[in-house]
Design a binder for this molecule. Structure first.
Ligand SMILES: Cc1ncc(COP(=O)(O)O)c(C=O)c1O
Length: 431
């Protein structure tokens, strides 16, 4: 049966569907999908918010809970390697973001690590620099924390879009905090160029890698990034609320003065001395008792990366997002959606964002029809492409269902957008 007969329509779907099948047949990462718990009938394009569950994680967690916790109890801090998990897992993530061992530590939320990194960078920059530059388009938490860090440290906060950071930094700048990929538009910012401009001004560059870690090569060491943070529940599939990571460049480790010097970052935690003496290396980024269950779920989840080069992930990510955009262009009537994600590969992360009237109604209907993306108010439909488990057939189906939904949701339909909250399936607690 020809593709056109199969679809029963003269529009291009058959061609694109067969192209998708051919692309999937050639895809060297295709077999990895089997490692994840996914439903056959659902296209999951929300891994940029919450990564899918690797199938082997529940068995590992059952062992952690029943044996390590249930039987070994306190002995597990040592015998099961719980105590050293934060830096051990940091070393597992390090190659994915281009860092040598000993530069990353895992623990706390991204928000908390933004605070550590920002205040730590201000202290490294020295007293005479009195400005903190923050990405004006940032995910909100970074902006809130930067404002608070500025008040605490007595600095002035300067907002600048990533493209303007090079002009905004100067002799007064202590640090610039920038998002690598914009959570809303999927725009990838020029990490090497912005870092170099910040350094030319004598300041430090702190990067938020939430939407790039596990999606594309970052090159932290190679590009001389000073400090960085990132979350592990998106493209690293660590599970809801999985602990974040903090990167401190080797040259700053000895001078890094954490604003949260808990007992876990003490050089000799069990000496229990009243005075604080900071540990050496990445451990200095730790605070208190690590959240072992989440941390070990993340550690197990990272097994799916064994032997998977991040460059191959990036190549598939770009091919997937290119193909999805092509399918949208072919299937969706002109004018119904506009991509706000850059076409240029050098400027694109691993998601496609489409602005669309009635985005709330459209996304609700997409989810009902088995295409799970999410919404950023007021009008952005977000589709995240996780190359480890999203196929070209998924991309084609998502675009086709989007066109069907748009045909059924009139362009001028007005829908009430609910307030954010846990009960709104379209709002995203972690975005
Ligand atoms: C770019 C970015 N930064 C920071 C955060 C906040 O992370 P957390 O909620 O883990 O503190 C998010 C959450 O999705 C994010 O997307």
């Amino acid at each position: 049966m020809s593709d056109d007969l199969m679809t029963g329509t003269a529009r291009i779907p058959g061609t694109l569907a067969s192209r998708a099948a051919a692309l999937d047949a050639q895809d060297q990462l295709a077999a990895l999908r089997e490692l994840f718990a996914l439903d056959d009938g659902v296209v999951y394009l929300d891994g940029n918010s919450l990564g899918a569950l690797p199938r082997h994680v529940p068995a590992r967690m059952a062992d952690v809970i029943t044996r390590e916790w249930g039987e070994l109890r306190i002995r597990s801090w040592d015998e099961s390697g719980w105590w050293t998990a934060p830096e051990r897992i940091g070393d597992r993530i390090a190659p994915l973001v281009g860092a040598a061992p000993g530069r990353l530590v895992v623990g706390d939320s991204t928000s908390v690590n933004v605070f550590k990194a920002l205040v730590g960078a201000v202290r490294l920059a020295g007293e005479d620099r009195d400005e903190i530059v923050v990405d004006a388009t940032t995910f909100p938490t970074d902006g809130y924390i930067a404002a608070s860090a500025a008040r605490l440290t007595g600095k002035r906060l300067v907002a600048a879009a990533p493209g303007e950071v090079a002009d905004a930094v100067g002799p007064r700048t202590a640090v610039a905090l920038v998002n690598h990929v914009d959570y809303r538009t999927g725009r990838l910012h020029d990490l090497p160029g912005i870092t170099a401009a910040v350094h030319a001004a004598g300041a430090l560059a702190v990067w938020d890698l939430c939407h790039s870690a596990g999606a594309l090569p970052v090159g932290l060491d190679a590009h001389g990034v000073d400090l960085a943070v990132g979350c592990t529940y998106k493209y690293l599939n660590g599970g809801p609320g999985a602990p974040a990571f903090l990167y401190v460049a080797e040259r700053h480790q000895a001078g890094f003065d954490s604003p949260l010097p808990g007992w876990n970052s003490h050089a000799d935690p069990f000496a229990m001395t009243p005075g604080y003496a900071a540990a050496e290396g990445a451990v200095r980024g730790r605070v208190g008792t690590p959240d072992i269950l989440s941390m070990l779920a993340l550690e197990a989840a990272l097994d799916v990366w064994d032997g998977v080069p991040i460059e191959a992930v990036r190549a598939k990510s770009l091919a997937l997002t290119d193909f999805f955009l092509e399918c949208v262009e072919a299937y969706v009537p002109a004018g119904r959606v506009t991509s706000v994600t850059p076409e240029a590969h050098a400027e694109r992360g691993s998601q496609v964002s489409l602005s669309c009237a009635d985005a709330h109604a459209v996304m609700k209907e997409l989810i009902a029809r088995g295409v799970v993306g999410d919404l950023r108010r007021p009008d952005v439909l977000r589709f995240g492409f996780t190359p480890l488990y999203v196929s070209f057939a998924d991309a084609e189906r998502a675009a086709r269902v989007l066109a069907d939904v748009l045909a059924d949701v009139p362009a001028d339909m007005v829908t009430e957008v609910p307030a954010d909250g846990a009960t709104d399936v379209l709002s995203e607690p972690a975005g």
